[in-house]
Design a protein around this ligand. Structure first.
Ligand SMILES: NC(=O)c1ccc[n+]([C@@H]2O[C@H](COP(=O)([O-])OP(=O)(O)OC[C@H]3O[C@@H](n4cnc5c(N)ncnc54)[C@H](OP(=O)(O)O)[C@@H]3O)[C@@H](O)[C@H]2O)c1
Length: 280
């Protein structure tokens, strides 16, 4: 029975752990603060930033996923969780295949151009630069990097939450392309990459089929939910993706046979996210 460690068993990590468990893998999961209950696999509270704690762990894992998140946060936290966490895992699990869930925010392109894994990934912000440094560390250790687009799924969608709270704004001067991917499609992608593929030193974008302008999302939601379109204004938030606008390609992953169950914003919303928000 192959063994997997999911270091960072949160929104994506848990869906991934469930999938591997259902497929017959022996799963162990880590979180920072709380050992979980109610899952058919062990969840331990291990802080990946703590070298001593991680080095003390044993386990002949075939595969280790670094899937921990800072949930935003400042540069120091990024350095600790992503970079130092990666070092601690790489030093401990030297024989395992290791995968890092990075982010498509490392692409800083601003002109709506198509972006593949071969495109420049030169983030302007320090946080993005730390992600790139972490990616390089994994690749240097024959690891795999999965660059995840904006994550949404049951109970989670930043755009929908804003729309429902009345905080959304249609900003014609900053009408970015949004790249998103459903949580369950991420889990399926990670399974595909690790169950049989395991091709070392590779980067894969994990994103749905259809980058969509932010205003299009709001237009679609307004029509679907029979609510007014958000007002035109200047969007205040400039997050880690705030200045970028690009269409991230999933062609490389699709070539391996990954077929997203939720290939578009509309399908993800209709089949999964709106019902989970009690909106359909
Ligand atoms: N948000 C996005 O749209 C987005 C986009 C692209 C990529 N990503 C990346 O995707 C990955 C998964 O994100 P997610 O949304 O599933 O994250 P999440 O729901 O916030 O879960 C993060 C998990 O990591 C654990 N964790 C945090 N710090 C840790 C530490 N020092 N040691 C051990 N575990 C730690 C948390 O434990 P506790 O619950 O105990 O704190 C939690 O279980 C992350 O790498 C994130 O950076 C996110």
């Amino acid at each position: 029975m192959p063994r997997i460690l999911i270091a960072g068993c949160g929104y994506v990590g848990q869906a991934t752990a469930d999938l591997f468990h259902r497929a017959g893998w022996k799963v162990e999961a880590w979180t920072k603060s709380k050992a979980g209950t109610g899952k058919p696999y062990p969840i331990h509270a291990i802080d990946i930033t703590d070298a001593q704690q991680v080095h003390a762990c044993e386990g002949n894992f075939d595969v280790v996923i670094h899937c921990a998140s800072t949930r935003g946060g400042h540069v120091d936290l990024y350095r600790r969780v992503y970079l130092n966490g990666a070092r601690n895992l790489l030093e401990t699990f030297v024989t395992s295949t290791i995968l890092f869930t990075s982010s498509t925010s490392v692409y800083a392109q601003i002109n709506g151009e198509r972006v593949t894994e071969e495109s420049a990934a030169e983030p302007r912000h320090q946080t993005g630069q730390i992600l790139r440094e972490t990616e390089e560390l994994f690749l240097a250790h024959s690891g795999i990097v999965a660059r995840l687009a904006g994550i949404y799924g049951p109970g989670r969608s930043a755009l929908l939450s804003k729309f429902l709270a009345g905080n959304a704004v249609v900003d014609p001067e900053n009408d970015r392309f949004i790249n998103q991917v459903h949580r369950d499609d991420i889990a399926a992608a990670l399974f595909l990459l690790l169950d049989r593929q395991r091709e070392a030193k590779q980067i894969y974008n994990v994103v749905d089929d259809q980058p969509i302008r932010q205003s299009e999302c709001y237009r679609w939601l307004a029509k679907k939910l029979n609510r007014p379109l958000p007002p035109v204004g200047k969007s205040a938030a400039r997050g880690k993706r705030g200045e970028s606008s690009k269409c991230v390609s999933n062609a490389k992953l699709r070539c391996l046979g990954w077929t997203p169950r939720y290939p578009t914003f509309a399908e993800a919303m209709e089949k999964s996210i709106l019902p989970s928000f009690g909106q359909l």
